[in-house]
Design a protein around this ligand. Sequence first.
Ligand SMILES: C[S@@+](CC[C@H](N)C(=O)[O-])C[C@H]1O[C@@H](n2cnc3c(N)ncnc32)[C@H](O)[C@@H]1O
Length: 483
Amino acid sequence: MASQPVRLLREAIDGFTVDAVHGVLGDDAWRALARSETVPGLRATADGSALSTLIRLFQLQAPVPLAAAERAFGAAWPAAQELGLVEADGDEVRALLDVRPYGDESHDWWVVCDLTPGLDGRENPRDPLYVLGISEASSSLAQLTVRPPVGRALDLGTGCGVQALHLAGHAGEVVATDLNPRAVRLARLTSELNGLDLDVREGSLFEPVAGERFDLIATNPPFVVSPPEGDRLVYRETRFDGDDVVRRIVGGASDHLHDGGWCQLLAAWIHRDGVPWDERLASWIEPTGLDAWVVQRERVDLPEYAEMWLADAGLRHAPGHVERYDRWLSWFAEQGIEAMGFGWITLRKAGRDVPQVRIEEYTAPVAQPVGADFLAWADRTDALAAGDLLDRCWRLAPDVVQETVGPVGAEDPAVIRVQRTGGLRPAHQADTIEAGLLSASDGDLTAGQILDALAHLLDRDAAGLRETYTPVVADLVADGFLV
Ligand SMILES: C[S@@+](CC[C@H](N)C(=O)[O-])C[C@H]1O[C@@H](n2cnc3c(N)ncnc32)[C@H](O)[C@@H]1O
């Protein structure tokens, strides 16, 4: 439960929400800040109000007058200093940490993290123990995560506690772990500030939860693959070889999942010379006995990868950039790395003799939040594993649309394309039989009965049609067209 200083702080910053900040900044300054530019924001926060003062301190990282800070924090002014959020230097006050409003459709939260680097073109090389705030990757995992009500959830590598906040919305108990003691401290502060009771523990990977099981594990691990020398930035790199951190989490998940439990990772993996990436991933997954759905969202070439992460570390304009960049590429070559893959790994402990494993590349835009589609995947894999697909009465999923293309004036289209508008938005090119099967699937007839009727109508051999279209029905079920 929250200490007295945290309770006072919570009261003082009540109303410091995402919407309120957006309201004060306005659209232009809000977007400028997203591009790391603070000037429009400074112009919008010149009124000296408590909200403007908090925005200047934390979001814009601008010094504020001591009197304004005392007014903004009120009774919590000593607490804000005691908790290490701000420091006064004569008549000026600066933020030492970020207290960042954050939320989803039904919550307003704050996360406590390190200050965002790189505002106004400043390049600050990051401290090895830097604690990340809300990144694109954090949001991506939050959208990917399945959200059924669960008993116990684990946020592995919690950082500022962002995933744990989301998990607290649908889990009875949330454990959050991190190797970085600073992250543990800040995640605890995040927890208290939001009036939550997250169980935050320090340690590497599954060590702090040895012998414990969960219904849902969500993790955005430090998956950056880089040359091993020098300081590692703990928020993005480990001391494990290459992409071994991902292999270890995949390999360790089963022992920490209840039956029916889920483990979801945002991850990166090496494409090694001569080894298909999906075979590498399959070799990590198969020994676990878990169902898996791996989606490679992006294949990044090595120069782009090195540039991205050197810039992320604030080293783009630092002395030695050319030598450092060259070293990254030499190291990749020595390791036999030819590209990097980035994507999503979802594992489920379905307890099957023959696990359902699906590994694919899918780079097209998806309908967010995509987590609902991953949740539905559990039902689809159960249906596929049960077999007898032609003896079931399927329904066309409500999000399927059809597009036809053909010569102008032609009676029949040359191409029929069906697509789901939800989830991963998969598309299929459908022939007449497939289109007929989809449109007749309203839950009354079995797929086999519909195929028999189509065979009769189109003067085709019914047994042959059943044989040909069994794998097609399986694909349509696997992609969520038939539910
Ligand atoms: C990419 S950040 C993710 C932070 C946050 N969960 C999010 O979604 O934005 C990875 C986190 O893993 C932590 N970490 C690094 N090595 C770890 C390890 N061996 N075991 C557990 N956590 C680790 C880092 O300190 C960092 O907080």
